[in-house]
Each structure stands twice: as C-alpha cells, then as structure tokens.
Design a binder for this molecule. Structure first.
Ligand code: FES
Length: 154
C-alpha cells in the first residue's frame, strides 16, 4: 500500500538545503530516498519552494534515472545499459524483458510486481549482459533466459 505522504518531512529536507536552484538535484535525490519515489504532492511542494515551474521539476525528475516519479514495484530490476554490456547483446535481452513484462524501462507492471530501471556499469562487464533483480545479480544473459528468471519472483 502507498505510504501516506508527510509533507513536513519534505519541507524539512528543502529548508535544510535552501532554495538555490543549484541544490535542486540534491533535494530531489534526498526526497526520493525519503519517500522511495517522488510523489506528485512533493513535487508540487518543491516547485513552490524553488519558485520554479512544476514542468521544470518534472523534467529534472524524469531526466535522472536515479529519480522516480511513480511508486516502484515489489521487485526492482536494474538493467545495465553501458557499452560493454550493450555490445554483447544487452538490447536483445532488454527487449525480451520488456516484452515479457509488458512495460518499458522506468515503468512498473500494473500488478506492481516489477519495475525496470537502468543501472550504469556494475563492474562485471566480463559476464555481460547483466541485470540485478533486488539483490540478485544475473550475468551472461540471453533473451530466452528471461521468462525462467522472472518466474522466480512471481
Ligand atoms: S557494462 Fe554492464 S556490467 Fe559493466
């Protein structure tokens, strides 16, 4: 169930950093950690505090992959998109993942079971393509491995 949004905590975090627009990313990251994502109510509050249009706050929040504007799924898949994984077949594996779950990167399945996010290189490029589901690392991925792996989390 979605957590009740306590705006007092958001105000506290914003005040601590101050409303210099240069602090916007820092504030959004801390709010993202506090709430697990960036709820709309919180983003509106950020927009008021920084005196910046809500569209700009949304734009910034969706540009950075570590920031999310929707509650995440029960299982978080972090897919490595960096070049060494890319050249050994990551795009085909990702396609299989997206097809199997019916969502794209940055989205959450309707049943709230899975969210796909990207990650930068996690340093095991030798066994690419690589993804992490929660704390489990999977390497040497092939498109046909995806249904079997996902079945463990359903
Ligand atoms: S590029 Fe994917 S783990 Fe390094």
């Amino acid at each position: 169930m979605e957590r009740k949004i306590n705006l007092e905590k958001a105000n506290e975090i914003m005040k601590k950093h101050g409303n210099n627009p240069e602090k916007l990313i820092e504030v959004l990251s801390e709010l993202n950690s506090e709430y697990g994502y960036l709820p709309k109510k919180v983003l509106k509050q950020v927009s008021k505090f920084f005196d910046l249009p809500l569209s700009r706050i949304y734009g910034t929040s969706s540009f950075y992959t570590m920031l999310v504007t929707e509650p995440l799924g029960e299982n978080i898949i972090r897919f490595c998109e960096n070049a060494p994984c890319h050249v050994v077949g990551a795009p085909e594996v990702l396609e299989s993942l997206e097809k199997e779950l019916g969502i794209k990167i940055g989205e959450t399945t309707k049943d709230k079971k899975f969210t796909i996010l990207t990650t930068s290189c996690i340093g095991i490029c030798g066994v690419g393509p690589v993804m992490i589901i929660n704390n489990d690392v999977y390497g040497n991925l092939k498109p046909e491995d995806i249904p079997r792996i996902l079945a463990n989390y359903k």
